[in-house]
Design a protein around this ligand. Structure first.
Ligand code: 8ID
Ligand code: ZN
Length: 350
């Protein structure tokens, strides 16, 4: 009952366009599963891939997407711990070697042979997607496949970033890019982890969403603020700044500002990947404030199952809108303008 053909969104060359067309359904290798993707989230990473923003080559032609939730329909002989009919998720990390120094330490995202869904291998903007059995996310059958899709990259990534920040319950974290996909989930994870949240983004829609739906106690509008550094610091009780800053904006500016407003002993976590951007921090303040600046990249299998479990327990609720897979270009257009509050999810059946 697995069809030979399926519908997918494909780019032939960097820059696009992304085209809705019929392509072959692939067969899983011995260590792989074939998943009938029902829903996929649309991450800004997918747009970076279309635009060729990063110094890392993409597969072409390419089926993008790496937040895919669906049902296992076929598997290779070596896959023993997952059954046909199980619900599963395809993440950015499609597969790794499981043998290198990093894999041995559960730092699978750092594996030099990592396969990246929707980037170096075809991803989830198709109805049937392949991933390594060891790496697909296990999803309980009571989890809705549409709402969980954004958790599979955005959720895992911000949950890991918050853990890497070392922020403790009761402390304050600034989420920069709070109105977007990662940012909206970051506010929910931060709150569930007992943190107080300052949201930084722009516009009344995002402000309303952050303050009324996602649990932030303050909002700083980076576009209308006369002094973002001062406004973020003043949003903390003692004016000394947040204990951690989670940077998920697609813009270089905040990567050059965060070190100035983070609290002494605080940590700046860099997650967003704006094209060609550089970090900058004043040496004097960085030293005398004893700050930490670090990168954080998706999460390992354990981070992933933990992030999904937060969602399954019902403590993570972030807004999403659903459209047909064939409408992906219109989602990219909105994303390019920064006009999406939350996340878009595509339904692969239309
Ligand atoms: O593992 C990783 N490190 C990882 C995983 C997944 C995604 C990194 N990412 C990267 C993506 O590639 C992208 O560069 O995180 C970034 C954010 O992805 P997203 O959340 O999917 O993007 P979005 O929904 O477009 O949200 C971006 C938000 O940033 C705001 C925008 O208004 C938007 O709401 N923003 C911008 I652009 N400039 C800002 C600024 N100066 C800003 N917010 C605050 N200050
Ligand atoms: Zn992503």
């Amino acid at each position: 009952e697995i069809p030979k053909k399926q519908m997918a969104m494909v780019i032939e060359k960097t820059g696009g366009p992304v085209e809705y067309k019929e392509i072959d359904v692939q067969k899983p290798g011995p260590d792989e599963v074939l998943i009938n993707i029902k829903y996929s989230g649309v991450c800004h990473t997918d747009l970076h891939a279309v635009n060729g923003d990063w110094p890392l080559a993409v597969k072409l032609p390419l089926v993008g997407g790496h937040e895919g939730a669906g049902i296992v329909v076929a598997k290779g002989d070596l896959v023993q711990d997952i059954e046909i009919g199980d619900h599963a998720g395809v993440k950015w990390i499609n597969g790794t070697c499981l043998a290198c120094d990093f894999c041995q330490q559960a730092d699978e995202p750092l594996c030099p042979k990592a396969l990246l869904s929707g980037y170096t291998v075809d991803g989830t903007f198709q109805q049937y997607c392949i991933a390594k059995g060891a790496h697909v996310a296990r999803l309980h059958k009571d989890i809705p496949l549409d709402a969980v899709a954004p958790v599979l990259c955005a959720g895992i990534t911000v949950y890991k970033g918050l853990k890497e920040s070392g922020a403790k319950p009761g402390q304050t974290v600034a989420i920069v890019g709070a109105g977007g996909g990662l940012g909206s989930l970051a506010q929910q994870y931060a709150r569930a982890m007992g943190l107080k949240v300052i949201a930084v983004d722009t516009g009344d829609d995002k402000k309303k969403m952050c303050l009324e739906q996602l649990g932030s106690y303050a909002f700083v509008d980076f576009a209308t603020s006369k002094n973002v550094v001062k406004d973020v610091q003043e949003a903390t009780e003692d004016g000394l700044g947040p204990h951690a800053v989670i940077l998920v904006a697609v813009n270089e500016k905040p990567f050059q500002q965060a070190a100035e407003y983070v609290r002494p002993r605080g940590t700046v976590i860099c997650i967003g990947l704006p094209a060609g951007a550089y970090l900058r921090a004043p040496v004097f303040e960085s030293v005398i404030k004893m700050i930490t600046i670090r990168g954080s990249y998706v999460g390992n299998r354990k981070d992933s199952s933990e992030a999904i479990e937060f969602f399954r327990r019902g403590v993570i609720k972030a807004p999403f809108k659903t459209v047909g897979l064939s409408e992906l270009q219109s989602v990219y257009d909105l994303m390019h303008k920064g006009a999406i509050a939350g996340r878009y999810v595509v339904d692969t059946s239309k």
